[in-house]
Design a protein around this ligand. Structure first.
Ligand code: GCB
Length: 590
């Protein structure tokens, strides 16, 4: 699947706007207008656009409806509807006809609609749910209490926003079209050999492939889809110093008419993990940055590009060079912007909650149990991986796949499960990027069963918060002890902290520097950094979280927000931000 682009051979229409919406509180006939709708902006979550707590929290099925017009000429073309993401699961109806189903809330899907459309006005309905269970990614404990009522306990710490979260686009192609492009390459010094993997649907006579540089100059070309193109003097894509090439593919008929043209951006860089370091283009790379969330006022998890842009600029200014797409693949435009600005990304599949007794306070109730007996996620986990890698394989920003966040990697069965998942991931990725699983404290160095499978050890640690609360001296001791065990077990693997953090209420100050104050957050990070800086095998610090974000209400979630942000949800900096600014802009790992 290619990202929808307007080209000489492709038209593109964005169906964003106000759609009709309603909860499925009665039987709904997709051939009829929705009986009881309200207006809802698309793309966005529905939850925060209304002032109705019951609807905001409703678990079950919902409907959207809109109209689109097909001009007479367009009927000759191949018409495709492309959905950036619908969270969590959905069915698509055009003029009452069910034409697609999709499982999973964070990756795109598309469907050809020619058999369902006619010239003039057409009806589009999306039936979707926010239901998660032991088979889905993410997971939840779901009970059907009868007559369409559900009770659901999610096993993750963010609000289960849902709706049409990313753009819906209608595009056309000719009957012969480019279906897939992957810009695979090998590098030998300054020379890059490109072996594109191109799939065409339909008949064509000839093809042309070109590589264009940033000045739009053709630097390599070929007349064959399976040819090798050589960039003689490669300009590498580098962290925070991006350089992007474009691969342009043209298909012609036997009569030399242009049938399709598509241009794919790509960057050239190498990745290697050895001697407990992470190398990009042969240089050791230290990850400085954040775990983030797609989360904003009124839009919920709906795409918010101005905010993405602002966040990237804030990060860049403070010397951050990377982030993890915790806990799901982010919007595709956000990924393209990361490529263009040079951010280094750990791309995470929505496999969060693979821990049966997960509790947000990481507390005593989280006993090791039988997660791998009771969860049945393998099929959907692979499906989500396939869709993420199919979408993101050419992003130079993506340097590693995270195939799960905080699973029960200490419970029997974890090794078998992740062996299969990691082998599958490596097989799918043409670039064979490193693969990790982000580790939870409960599965610490003494209990984890899957470390041998990972290229990089990624740790989420809360010494000084969920454990050793308000005792940073003890926290440092515990952290150092655990780190030494990891390093003894896997001396060649780099260790990256993918989460450390302490809830901090913006504006709360304390001369005693007590927890929840901005002073405590500062002391907490200083304590952690002191240990990191003394361990040469620690190769990254991604803080939790860039900004405060909305989650389920709870005793430790003031105002239903996780307050571990370095910034508030409105992007007001807390005390720690200035400290990070100094640390990261002057940082050199010894
Ligand atoms: C974690 C999770 C993250 C939570 C965070 C917290 O370990 O990966 O989703 O939000 O802890 O703040 O508790």
């Amino acid at each position: 699947m290619l990202y929808p682009e307007q080209t000489v051979t492709r038209t593109l229409e964005d169906l964003s706007g106000l759609w009709k919406f309603q909860v499925e509180d009665q039987e709904i006939d997709p051939k009829q207008a929705l009986p009881n709708p309200m207006w809802m902006a698309v793309p966005a979550s529905f939850n925060d656009q209304i002032v109705d707590r019951k609807l905001h929290d409703h678990i079950g099925w919902f409907w959207y409806e809109t109209k689109f017009n097909i001009p007479v000429d367009q009927m000759k073309k191949r018409n495709v509807l492309h959905f950036g993401s619908v969270t969590q699961n959905c069915e698509i109806y055009v003029n009452g006809l069910k034409i697609a189903e999709h499982i999973g809330g964070f990756t795109p899907f598309e469907v050809e609609i020619d058999k369902a459309i006619h010239e003039g006005e057409n009806d589009l309905k999306v039936r979707f749910n926010n239901l998660l269970d032991n088979t889905t990614i993410p997971t939840a404990d779901l009970k059907n209490t009868g007559s369409g009522d559900y009770q659901m306990r999610t096993r993750f710490d963010f609000f289960n926003y849902s709706g049409i979260h990313r753009r819906v686009q209608l595009y056309t192609t000719n009957r012969t079209y480019l279906d897939h492009i992957a810009v695979n390459y090998d590098v030998e010094g300054s020379k890059t050999m490109i072996h594109p993997d191109i799939h065409v649907f339909g008949n064509y006579g000839s093809a042309k492939i070109k590589v264009l540089d940033e000045d739009n100059q053709i630097i390599a070309q070929s007349d064959s889809l399976d040819g090798t193109l050589v960039i003689a003097n490669t300009h590498r894509w580098q962290p925070m110093n991006a350089y992007l090439y474009r691969l342009q593919v043209e298909l012609f008929s036997n009569k030399n008419e242009l049938l399709d043209v598509y241009t794919q951006e790509f960057g050239v860089r190498t990745i290697e993990v050895k001697d407990h370091k992470f190398f990009i283009n042969g240089m050791p790379f230290y990850f400085k940055g954040f775990g983030r969330h797609e989360d904003s006022l009124a839009r919920g998890k709906g795409v918010n590009l101005p905010l993405v842009n602002l966040d990237y600029h804030i990060m860049k200014k403070m010397g951050a060079n990377s982030f993890r797409t915790s806990h799901y693949p982010y919007d595709e435009e956000a990924m393209r912007l990361a490529d263009r600005m040079g951010f280094v990304v750990i791309d995470e599949v929505p496999a969060v909650g693979l821990f049966e007794s997960f509790n947000v306070s990481l507390g005593g109730r989280m006993q090791a149990g039988e997660t791998w007996v009771h969860m049945n996620t393998m099929k959907n986990h692979k499906h989500a991986l396939r869709e993420m890698i199919e979408r993101d394989h050419d992003h130079p920003s993506v340097v590693m796949w995270s195939v799960a966040n905080e699973p029960a990697s200490h419970e029997p069965g974890a090794h078998e499960y992740f062996k299969e998942i990691i082998d599958y991931t490596k097989k799918l990725d043409p670039q064979k990027r490193p693969v990790t699983v982000v580790n939870i404290m409960n599965a610490d160095a003494t209990k984890d069963l899957i470390g041998d499978l990972l290229d990089v050890v990624c740790l989420n640690r809360y010494y000084g918060w969920y454990v050793d609360f308000d005792d940073l001296e003890q926290a440092k001791d515990q952290l150092q002890k655990e780190l030494s065990i990891w390093n003894e077990k896997f001396p060649d693997k780099p260790i990256i902290f993918t989460e450390i953090g302490a809830d901090t209420v913006s504006g709360m100050h304390s001369v005693m520097r007590t927890p929840y104050s901005e002073e405590y957050q500062l002391d907490y990070y200083k304590a952690n950094f002191e240990i990191f800086d003394n361990c040469d095998y620690v190769q990254g610090e991604q803080l939790w979280n860039f900004a405060d974000f909305v989650t389920e209400p709870g005793m430790i979630r003031i105002g239903a927000e996780n307050r571990k942000g370095v910034f508030t949800r409105n992007r007001e900096p807390k005390l720690i931000a200035e400290y990070l600014n100094n640390r990261w802009n002057n940082f050199h790992k010894k």
